[in-house]
Design a protein around this ligand. Structure first.
Ligand code: PEP
Length: 250
């Protein structure tokens, strides 16, 4: 039985004042979460602050990106896995479609980051997903297969039990267009099936989140699908009531 996992990706939103308010709301409701792992991923400059705002142990903190180089060094503007851990992170989102599309992150770079995160004891949330053009060209499985293969070739299938996968169709992110539960389940089943072809026990364990315009009113149906183990939530994670309602749906 896989424990559902819901993570909030705050992207480039917030200030100390707004985070304080949001955390007051989340802390007040964290006792209602139930048997679900919950994480929040603030902008990097607020990781430490957010971690310090947490009351109780029900919510974990994650980062939205990380440098592919382990340790320290001359990498201006970058943040290492050990720095993220030092600021209270247990998770790191890697390969988000915004990083891939806007910052040109390649499959190979993302695979390196996943490998470094694993070696450092951070749990990567590896995002995969197709664009609308790719879906319309019937390339969903080849695109996601390619994105997964880059990481599989780098770290090997056995490490996947320590990786969270987030299936995020690019056309559903921040657009208000959610994949139907059947569309999402089909891709989740493809991902789990691909991993099962390499190691059935790992495939059975791996958490696969859905991300893309998840809201309180569609979360239950999405999370009710057999291969959907929770969600990666963007916009709705900036509202404590909505985020907690999504967590409770998981
Ligand atoms: C995301 O960016 O990871 C995401 C799922 O965003 P939204 O929920 O706003 O679509």
């Amino acid at each position: 039985m896989r424990k559902p996992f819901v993570a909030g990706n705050w992207k480039m939103h917030g200030s100390k004042a707004s985070i304080k308010d949001l955390m007051t709301g989340l802390n007040a409701k964290s006792g209602l979460i139930g048997d679900v792992t919950v994480a929040i991923c603030p902008p990097a400059v607020y990781l430490d602050y957010t971690h310090k705002c947490l009351a109780g142990d029900g919510i974990f903190v994650g980062a939205q990106n990380m440098c592919q180089v382990p340790g320290q060094g001359a990498y201006t503007g970058e943040l290492s896995a050990s720095m993220l851990k030092d600021c209270g992170c247990q998770y790191v989102i890697l390969g988000h479609s915004e990083r891939r599309a806007i910052y040109g992150e390649t499959d190979a770079l993302i695979a390196e980051k996943v490998s470094v995160a694993l070696d450092s004891g951070l749990t990567p949330i590896l995002c995969v997903g197709e664009t609308l053009e790719e879906r319309e060209a019937n390339q969903v499985e080849s695109v996601i297969g390619r994105q997964l293969d880059a990481v599989l070739n780098k770290v090997g299938i056995d490490k996947f039990s320590a990786i969270v996968i987030a299936y995020e169709p690019v056309w559903a992110i921040g657009t208000g267009k959610t994949a139907s539960s059947a569309q999402a389940q089909e891709v989740h089943a493809f991902i789990r099936g691909k991993l099962a072809g390499l190691n059935p026990a790992v495939a059975e364990k791996v958490i696969i989140q859905y991300g893309g315009s998840v809201k309180p009113d569609n979360a239950k149906e999405l999370f009710g699908q057999p291969d959907i183990d929770g969600g990666l939530i963007g916009g709705a994670s900036l509202n404590a009531d909505d985020f907690m309602a999504i967590c409770q749906a998981a």
